[in-house]
Ligand binder design. Structure first.
Ligand code: ZN
Length: 236
């Protein structure tokens, strides 16, 4: 089985960064999960209050199983919170719930990056699958049966373009996530759900969550650079 050592050079930093971001998130989240919010509100109640205040009483807040499965579904216009964030009255639960409510606020005001992300979901799902098959498939054929020439080079280019589309989707996730957290904090403080002394804690939880998106983005960019280097090596 052929293995390209250069791949490790590009894969390991992303992997380490991803692990670090995950570790940071679970430790920060875990720490403030044990700190009750002074307001006494659960995650579900905090989200409800933010939504109602914005005139979004018709957006339901539902409980779903799983760990950190929290998300806002713009198609259903519904907010889903994992059982712990739905029920618990901690700073972590309130922070995550408010973040998801932040996505509902984005949709309400027609925040362009959110609409763009929604619109390109089907395209990127296809692009990500197709790029994987094309890149892995052609490289394998290259090393096993000596597949090369213009077709090989065109396939690599096509795979890279599809991969770049996937990376673009990942990139648009960053402003969407940062903006949702910004809106969340604004509403939490404005509505008095989080007190002045609790601000830092909530910011830390949301900052740690955002870090995982940054790590995923960097991982993808490194992979993209790897594939571009493979293609230019083969062309020589
Ligand atoms: Zn989010």
């Amino acid at each position: 089985m052929y293995f390209d050592p250069l791949y490790l050079v590009f894969a390991i930093p992303g992997l380490l960064l991803g692990l670090y971001a995950q570790f940071k998130l679970s430790s920060t989240y875990g720490k403030y999960r044990r700190v009750p919010a002074e307001s006494g509100l659960s995650g579900a109640q905090a989200a409800r209050r933010i939504l109602d205040d914005a005139g979004l009483s018709d957006v339901p807040v539902a409980e779903i199983p799983g760990n950190l499965t929290d998300h806002y579904d713009p198609r259903k216009r519904a907010l889903f919170l994992s059982s712990q964030n739905f029920n618990e009255r901690s700073l972590s639960a309130v922070g995550v719930a408010a973040h998801e409510a932040g996505h509902a606020l984005q949709q309400q005001v027609g925040y362009a990056p959110l609409n763009f992300r929604m619109a390109i979901v089907p395209v990127t799902n296809f692009a990500s699958m197709a790029s994987y098959f094309i890149l892995a498939g052609s490289v394998m054929l290259h090393y096993f049966i000596g597949f090369s020439g213009p077709l090989f080079s065109h396939l690599l280019t096509l795979g890279i373009i599809l991969f770049a589309i996937t990376a673009l989707f990942q990139a648009i996730t960053l402003p969407v996530e940062f903006d949702a957290s910004r809106r969340a904090k604004e509403q939490l403080f404005r509505l008095g759900i989080v007190s002045g002394s609790e601000r830092t804690a909530v910011s830390q939880v949301l900052g740690a969550a955002a870090m995982t998106y940054v790590a995923a983005m960097i991982t993808m960019l490194l992979q993209l650079v790897y594939w571009i280097s493979v293609a230019s090596r083969e062309r020589r």
